[in-house]
Design a protein around this ligand. Structure first.
Ligand SMILES: [Zn+2]
Length: 83
């Protein structure tokens, strides 16, 4: 098995965001693929972005983390016609 690592130049990867530019936390959270708050802040610090705004509840993350309701697999069959 061969593992290859690539160095990503963030100046090239995100040309719309220059160093020291301001971006809201929630926008950056979405751009980083809905990463955890700590990851977003560490990455923003590494690529020298100024994160603004408060951390708001992300609807997409809430839906993604929601547990599917348990539904009984048993079927109640009718014993009489028309039941
Ligand atoms: Zn999210």
């Amino acid at each position: 098995m061969c593992i290859k690592l690539f160095l990503v130049d963030h100046d090239v990867a995100t040309p719309a965001l220059s160093k020291n530019s301001k971006i809201s936390y929630n926008e950056l959270h979405g751009k980083f693929g809905h990463a955890h708050e700590e990851c977003v802040r560490v990455m923003a610090k590494r690529i020298k972005l100024c994160v603004t705004g408060k951390v708001e509840k992300c609807e997409d993350c809430t839906i993604g983390k929601a547990k599917q309701a348990n539904i009984s697999k048993e079927v109640d069959q009718a014993s009489k016609l028309g039941e």
